[in-house]
Design a protein around this ligand. Structure first.
Ligand SMILES: [Zn+2]
Ligand SMILES: [Zn+2]
Length: 347
């Protein structure tokens, strides 16, 4: 063994099979981060120009209903189309392509233009969880849909084109590659051990404690040992269930609660509405049981030192492998130190 907090080393991600280079000796200096108090973003509760607000017209010409809770519609400019047939293109295995069939939906989390998950109340967030469950069930029940990806892309830094609180759901006939990798690693682990990879991993993390951020009766949020993004987190269900659909009523409430707590900690870290891409990984909807799958969500936020200093994946990271300075343990400690009272409500 060696000193994980002092020596350059590589950490292995057993879910993806990838490695990350960690260089903790570069962070021996005291924490240099400071809060750059940018003028708090003032957004109206209703924006007449927003294509997601209730009652407004979208670019495709459709008009949103005057929805009061959550609202789901098929993306007017979807990246995938449901009526795409099967088909393969191949030239000597070197020019290889497959037709891709799918559908892309948008989920408005709230009619309020000015809210985020961190600022929504628990009952409204519970309705978002219920909507995700219903969408997974409805889309997954279609015979051609083999995978349902629920995700949220938040903040201009992540390329989100609209600040209105919303996420997306892409259903596909095929397993996307990150999911396919996790399918293989989880299947191999389950076959060898008879338990899910993430239940054994979670037990280790709970025993060590160093990377735990926050937890409740049903979910644990932690900075994974193999985190690549500075404040990356993994949200794991305590019960080894494979999908959102398997959540019992109190577990759905538990998910809503921990999402609010985790995103509040993120926002408080640099006193900014924290950008991120997050999404749930769950069992494919191909009709098989998939006991190896363990429901979890990944949060990938780009910020590194302040509201404006972000991490870039460049140089060695594009050509060699991912690299970080601040360790997963240091990141967890910083997130643990945050209040769960949102900075915008704390004044
Ligand atoms: Zn809006
Ligand atoms: Zn995953």
């Amino acid at each position: 063994m060696f000193d994980l907090s002092n020596q350059p080393h590589r950490r292995y991600n057993p879910l993806s099979g990838e490695w990350v280079l960690v260089s903790p000796h570069r962070t021996q200096r005291p924490w240099q981060g400071q809060v750059e108090r940018s003028a708090p973003e003032q957004r109206p509760a209703y924006d007449p120009q927003c294509y997601l607000c209730p009652g407004n017209a979208r670019a495709g010409g459709a008009v949103n209903p005057s929805y009061e809770q959550t609202f789901v519609f098929t993306n007017d400019y979807a990246a995938l189309l449901p009526d795409t047939p099967d088909g393969t293109f191949d030239r000597d295995g070197l020019l290889h392509a497959e037709l891709a069939c799918g559908t892309c939906r948008v989920v408005c989390f709230s009619p309020r233009h000015d809210l985020t998950i961190a600022e929504m109340d628990a009952s409204a967030l519970r309705l978002v969880v219920d909507t995700w469950v219903a969408q997974y069930e409805e889309l997954g029940a279609q015979s051609w849909v083999n995978h349902v990806q629920v995700f949220e892309n938040r903040g201009a830094m992540m390329g989100a084109s609209n600040p209105h609180p919303h996420g997306q759901i892409w259903a596909t006939s095929y397993l996307p590659q990150h999911v396919a990798r996790e399918q293989n690693t989880q299947r191999d682990y389950y076959a060898a051990n008879g338990r899910t990879l993430l239940s054994d991993y979670l037990a280790l993390e709970l025993a060590e404690g160093a990377r735990i951020v926050c937890e409740n009766e049903h979910f644990v949020a932690l900075v994974p040992f193999w985190a690549v993004w500075p404040f990356e987190t993994l949200l794991i269900s305590r019960r080894p269930i494979g999908a959102l659909l398997d959540l019992l009523a109190d577990e759905r409430a538990g998910l809503a609660g921990i999402l609010k707590r985790l995103t509040t900690r993120y926002d408080n870290l640099f006193e900014v509405s924290f950008p991120y891409s997050m999404g749930f990984h769950q069992r494919p909807t191909d009709g098989e049981a998939h006991p190896e799958w363990h429901l979890h969500a990944h949060f990938y936020p780009p910020l590194l030192r302040s509201a404006t200093v972000r991490k870039f994946m460049v140089g060695f990271e594009m050509l060699g492998e991912a690299q970080r300075d601040i360790t997963a343990e240091q990141a967890a400690e910083r997130l643990r130190a945050q209040s769960e009272r949102h900075y915008r409500s704390a004044s």
